[in-house]
Design a protein around this ligand. Structure first.
Ligand SMILES: [Fe+2]
Length: 492
């Protein structure tokens, strides 16, 4: 293993930190590594060819008052697989906010669990405003380049997907940015090369939807009429439509007027899914009402005759009254535990001709952070690979392969004290069927104080990993990841 430290970043976190999401499996890192000739247990398949990228909330300063794990600075971890070899790098996403706090030597903005009035800087980002844009939530690859994003809306940051070199902020040829920014969960259609996106705001228009073409030109950007400020986190799409949402969990509008941002489930309101032609406007949306819930992540959508089928994670308990006995007790951490929220893979079906709707749970198993083979995004798909959680915690203690046609499940349970990350689904080179994939994830092993990049054969995950790649140091847990096939990358 050839390891070099690219840089070490100033951290002002306390030495005796006891925050549950800045210690243990969430202990942040300060070093950025370049590592080659990584040690491998097992054998890396030759038809695994591309990069696995994962973003991370990796704070380097304490919060002004209350740290929430979604506030941490972005750090992208990249493992590249090529010719049976693996290389690894990690880099901070050096956002404007990150640089300002590095220069100041401490925090400048209030996080999501703090009053914006506390922010030292009187500018900022986010739907709420006065937040730091950490670009720490999501990462996708569009037009051959990695793009990171922030769940509360911010700038998009471009990184070379193989070197993680900074390529600057995305402006789509100068057509962006807007003052609202872009939400996490930009969606790439690998068949058309388009990127679909949305943003949201507490001021009208409360929602925008946009399309960027394969040449990174902003070709569509429209305001969407919804009744008030909402908290959409994700969107999905079919071949001809995008699916937007208006869900009944959102900031209390009366409290917003007083400068407080407190989310509440408005049980009297339905969950609404909006079906919009990919280049449509607000007038061309058809809205459908469903049972009230909150959906953090959709897994896929497709057309079935006049039906639009959408799959994602229904929350049985979107506004938990009690904390788990197994996890940290603070109210804000309840919303991070899948077992507390009762997140279940669910199917919503709506008919564009008749307006009829149907919805059902696909399983009784709690899982979330589900991913599919991206070549099937927007098309009928069968397999979802989703994380299971350590009860009470935002930690993934394994994953489950859901067969949404038969309802069968195969579960991988990691050893106690070992956690994985959102799965990267890597199609085997030259194979086209949905299940001809490898599954890639990072593990945090608290027993051995190490991390690995682990590869499973998607057709037989119960057989255990086909290869385990040792990483330079134990990573922090993180959130979203993506896989990019080498052949799709500029300069591969
Ligand atoms: Fe997300």
């Amino acid at each position: 293993m050839d390891i070099s430290v690219f840089a070490t970043t100033l951290s002002t976190l306390p030495q005796d930190d006891d925050h549950p999401y800045r210690t243990g499996p969430w202990r942040p890192q300060t070093r950025e590594f370049d590592a080659e000739n990584l040690d491998v247990e097992g054998e890396l398949p030759r038809d695994l060819s591309g990069v696995y990228l994962r973003n991370t909330e990796n704070p380097v300063h304490p919060a002004l008052v209350n740290y929430h794990p979604f506030d941490g600075d972005g750090m992208v971890h990249m493992t590249m697989f090529r010719d049976g070899q693996a290389t690894y790098r990690n880099r901070f996403v050096k956002t404007d906010g990150f640089r300002a706090e590095q220069a100041a030597g401490g925090p400048l903005w209030a996080g999501i669990a703090e009053s914006p009035a506390r922010s030292i800087r009187r500018d900022g980002w986010g739907a709420r405003g006065l937040m730091k844009d950490a670009s720490s939530t999501d990462v996708v690859v569009h037009a051959g380049v990695a793009v990171t994003s922030f769940w509360q809306c911010g700038d998009l940051y471009r990184l070379d997907p193989m070197t993680l070199d900074e390529l600057g902020k995305e402006s789509w040829g100068g057509a962006y940015p807007s003052d609202v920014g872009v939400s996490a969960h930009t969606k790439v259609d690998e068949h058309t090369g388009e990127l679909l996106f949305f943003n949201y705001s507490t001021k009208a228009p409360f929602l925008h939807y946009g399309v960027v073409d394969a040449a990174r030109r902003l070709v569509h950007y429209v305001p969407i009429d919804i009744p008030g400020a909402r908290l959409p986190h994700d969107m999905t799409f079919t071949e001809n439509f995008a699916i937007l949402n208006d869900l009944p969990l959102f900031w209390d509008p009366d409290l917003i007027k007083q400068g407080h941002y407190v989310s509440r489930l408005h049980r009297e309101l339905p969950s609404r899914l909006g079906v919009i032609p990919r280049r449509g406007d607000s007038a061309s949306i058809t809205w459908f009402d469903f049972d009230p819930t909150y959906v953090l992540h959709w897994t896929n959508a497709w057309e079935d005759g006049d039906d639009i089928v959408v799959e994602g994670f229904f929350q049985g308990c979107p506004e938990p009254k009690d904390s788990s006995a197994h996890g940290p007790s603070s109210r804000m951490f309840r919303f991070l535990a899948q077992d507390v929220l009762q997140t279940r893979l669910h199917r919503w079906r709506m008919n564009l001709a008749t307006g009829s709707v149907k919805e059902e749970d696909l399983t009784a198993t709690c899982s979330e952070f589900g991913v599919i083979n991206a070549m099937f995004a927007g098309r009928p798909s069968r397999y979802v690979y989703a994380a299971t959680n350590r009860p009470g915690w935002f930690l993934f203690d394994g994953f489950v392969k859901h067969d949404t046609q038969t309802g069968s499940e195969v579960r991988v349970e990691l050893n106690e004290g070992v956690y994985c990350s959102e799965i990267g689904v890597a199609p085997k080179v030259g194979k086209r069927s949905e299940d001809d994939v490898y599954l890639v994830t990072y593990t945090v092993d608290m027993n051995r104080d190490r991390s690995d990049c682990v590869v499973y054969d998607g057709a037989d995950i119960a057989a255990g990993p086909v290869a385990t790649v040792r990483l330079p140091e134990r990573l922090s847990s993180g959130t979203h990841s993506c896989w990019a096939q080498g052949s799709s990358l500029a300069g591969w």
